[in-house]
Write a protein that binds this ligand. Sequence first.
Ligand SMILES: [Zn+2]
Length: 482
Amino acid sequence: MNNVEGFRSSRHYFGPIPVRAIQLHVFVDASQSAFAAVAYLRVTYDNNDVRVCFVCAKTKCAPMKTMSIPRLELQAAVLGTRLMDTVKKSQGLSLRDSASPYECEDAENLLIRRAQCEAFPDEVRASYNEESVGHRSDIRGLAPYLDDNGVLRAYGRIDAALCIPHSARRPIILSHRHALTELIVYHYHVKMKHQNVDATMGDIRTRFWITKLRRVLRTVISGCSVCKLHRAQPAPPIMGPLPEDRLEANGWPFKFTGLDYFGPLLVTIGRRKEKRWVALFTCLTTRAIHLELAHDLSTDSCIIVIRNFLCRRGPVLRLRSDNGKNFVGANREAKRLIDVFEPEKIQGELSSRGIEWIFNCPANPAEGGAWERMVQCVKRVLRHTVKEVAPKQHVLESFLIEAENVVNSLPLTHLPVSVDQEAPLTPNDLLKGVANLPDTPTIHEQPDERCATRKQWRIARLLRDRFWKRWTWSTCLHLCDA
Ligand SMILES: [Zn+2]
């Protein structure tokens, strides 16, 4: 009681500095003789300083009739709630009940730092001292470093893809052995509605680099009660086996290729506009693509396109086309590939080059699934990019080559390099034998639209940049692991 004299309370809560957040904290306690509640405001200023100030308190003597301590605590809680309401009303403050994004981030960083210190103590110490990590470290290949928050991140190899968000280029490293990792993976698993392992992994990779991620995800799924329930239900119709093309490891790019047509895209010839189609060749093993401009939908044009492709990217052992799917032909009618071209003629051309031609059976949805996704992505992005412009034919050709290059410089994390390490590879690594290109466009480049209409090459570049922007943002992160 002697200390009460020394108690001082300032007349104002915040002072003149701008305030970022205000929290109301109410504490309650009870004893056999009394119970009490006290309210404080916790103020965070714009400069991150924090101040706590006393607002008011309320005490009550315990009732004469004997009450158990839990009951008294409950009484104190009621008192506290009323006190909180009073303060809220009297101050007219808009107080938040949930944590702010800053606080969530702080809490997350704290948890991650702790997990990293537990899983990678040597690596964290080495990074702190700005030394390189030991030779026997699991994560040596990731070139880990500590960021401003003391979080260990991977200095990835995807730097050329500058438009990928920072978090994906410099993911937070987590060990598959740590319990926090499992919780994070589970969170993403639920977020993806318990489906699609590849998409879930892609999503996780936008923020975290987890060692042996696929294994962790498998563990999480096998322990997930929702998934267990699903597994117990009658099995869906059996999907066909994966085509062996996709699993081929000892080959060369385009050994197994998918062919798809799409269009029409408009080009400007003199004063009129003409339709063109694009033949999209996809390597079923590396996901590299090759785009050829087709003059029309004639069989002869198709053979020219295939020949061009073979000269540049061949040899090809097997060519697949999806016969089940329709595409819109010259007369706006939905048609199948086989109805548009004369298959015997094309077959003859291919056989003379020792190439097997296979039409996917439409009843087998597992086949061509990955390819189909890829094709859809490329098509969608291409269509968006050239929608407004009907460029000249040579500009469109140049743009297709640029677009092809963009797609081929995206990381393919699915392709395992070694058992332990999943370093991102790009189709260009396999096509060109070199790592990513130094001249991948950045989204900060703002082409001058006025000049672009005069100079055709600028249109091609403008298209490329648009394509790149759209492609990297909207699709690559999902495709990486698809
Ligand atoms: Zn699940």
